[in-house]
Design a binder for this molecule. Structure first.
Ligand SMILES: Cc1cc2nc3c(=O)[nH]c(=O)nc-3n(C[C@H](O)[C@H](O)[C@H](O)COP(=O)(O)OP(=O)(O)OC[C@H]3O[C@@H](n4cnc5c(N)ncnc54)[C@H](O)[C@@H]3O)c2cc1C
Length: 427
């Protein structure tokens, strides 16, 4: 794996090891299409690819670069389920509960199929473990394992006791775990770039460095940038936490930063001591810690802390002591990367898929659990454009709750929120 220097993405491990630098030209002039998509993260690109596979003409407008947002910066953990799943299922019949459960695993299939079909090199691997810190977490994992059993599907799950987790992860920190082999991990920026390539090969027009500044609603909505415009039958808003254009969605999603540090490549001896099975790992706290090894055996360790900038030194200084609580054995390891990204969090944690009008749809607010769900969402966006609303309506009937005063007091709200969740984690 070679390290290169791409300036347009944040200075992440992923940007440094991207398969290529995407070069899609800026929008220039007036264009017409079937569907215009705002945002080229997983939601936008996944939507575009699903639509193109069904024969639609699609035009994607991205303010920065393909995968520039959370999609190109995240922990790369492909984890089943949907954030807020119990809220989603609450008012549903048993049959529809099953639909929600199955939707929670659909993104994995879409990703695996695409990686294979389009030969996307993104270090996709099976293997994941949820770890427990308190006895309550162990009970939660036992219950979740039973739920997985009920669906009679080969998740390859296995409950581990304290000793087994210590052996699997080389740390004393956890008292139990649930290993799920159907989950996994991947290089998210390379996945997004590969999917964009596939979409482009199918005729999708992608414009980078083309921030949409205005949406003119109507029978044929028009989206405008400083140098051009696109008229379409449908518009899909896929800007997630970075999107502040549409007044009706303002305050629906709280942008919360999460940060990751990346080490130098670890020796085989260290790898064998801390993660010989190459699992992605997630703890159950609200302010959770997540980590895994990259393909070239760096530890990528992520966590939130109350900071709104992107200075790598500040990020490393905050996260390295947390990482050392898990792996004191890494006290002499160099950390070469430190970066952050913005997560779109909703009040009830349920992703928001809905409509602004008959021909303008949106999908956002995966609340930190988006690698698989964005891929499902893209499929559901393609469905609704085609007139099929069954799965879309499971989400759209839950109306977004607005965070009051968010555009004025965003950072204060995030700090307050973190304080609240730290208190809950401490209980
Ligand atoms: C640090 C971090 C770690 C995470 N770890 C995980 C993980 O391990 N597993 C997991 O499942 N999820 C994780 N997530 C969440 C996951 O990354 C997101 O849910 C998902 O990537 C959201 O994808 P998206 O396409 O909706 O948004 P984004 O990837 O943020 O893309 C939105 C895009 O829209 C563009 N845009 C916005 N406004 C406009 C405009 N006006 N005009 C044109 N373009 C616009 C932006 O430039 C951006 O590129 C993590 C997130 C972060 C930040």
């Amino acid at each position: 794996m070679t390290i290169n220097s791409h300036q347009d993405h944040t200075a992440s491990y992923y940007a440094a090891t991207a398969n290529k630098q995407t070069v899609y030209e800026q929008l220039n002039g007036h264009k017409k299409t079937d569907v215009s998509v705002i945002g080229a993260g997983f939601t936008g690109i996944s939507t575009a690819l699903h639509l193109a596979e069904r024969g639609y003409k699609v035009h994607v407008l991205e303010a920065n670069k393909v995968g520039w947002g959370a999609s190109g910066r995240n922990g790369g953990q492909m984890i089943g389920g949907i954030s807020g799943e119990s809220r989603l299922s609450r008012d549903l019949s048993k049959i529809n509960e099953k639909i929600v459960f199955e939707m929670g695993w659909q993104g994995h299939k879409i990703i695996r199929d695409r990686v294979k079909k389009y030969n996307i090199k993104c270090d996709l691997k099976n293997g994941y473990i949820d770890v427990a810190i308190k006895p309550k977490h162990v009970r939660d994992l036992e219950n979740y394992s039973k739920v997985l059993d009920e669906y009679n599907f080969d998740f390859g799950q296995e409950l581990l006791n304290r000793d087994e987790v210590r052996e699997t992860l080389g740390t004393e920190k956890y008292i139990g775990g649930l290993k799920i082999n159907y989950n996994g991990h991947l290089h998210p920026l390379n996945l997004c770039i590969g999917e964009a390539d596939a979409a482009s090969d199918l005729g999708v027009v992608i414009n980078e460095k083309s921030p949409v500044t205005k949406i003119i609603h109507g029978a044929k909505p028009v989206v405008e940038t400083s140098k051009g415009s696109v008229e379409a039958d449908f518009v899909v808003l896929a800007g997630n936490a970075y999107h502040f254009l549409e007044p009706k969605l303002r305050g629906a999603v709280l942008p919360v930063k999460s940060f990751i540090i990346g080490s130098e490549p670890l020796s085989t001896d260290l790898v064998n001591r801390i993660n010989p099975q190459d699992l992605a790992v997630c703890d159950p706290n609200y302010i959770l810690e997540y980590f895994r090894l990259s393909a070239d055996k760096r530890l990528l360790f992520g966590r939130r802390f109350p900071y709104f900038g992107d200075n790598p030194d500040i990020i490393k200084k905050a996260l390295i002591p947390k990482m050392l609580q898990v792996y004191p054995i890494l006290k002499n390891t160099e950390f070469e990367f430190g970066w952050g990204g913005t997560i779109g969090v909703t009040v009830n944690r349920v992703p928001q898929l809905g409509r602004i009008s008959d021909n303008v749809f949106y999908s956002q607010g995966y609340s930190g659990h988006g690698v698989n769900v964005t891929h499902l969402a893209g499929q559901i966006m393609a469905d609704i454009v085609g007139g099929t609303a069954e799965r879309f309506d499971v989400f759209s009937k839950i109306k977004p709750v607005i965070f009051p005063g968010q555009h004025l007091f965003r950072n204060q709200l995030v700090s307050l929120g973190m304080l609240y969740y730290r208190l809950i984690d401490a209980l």
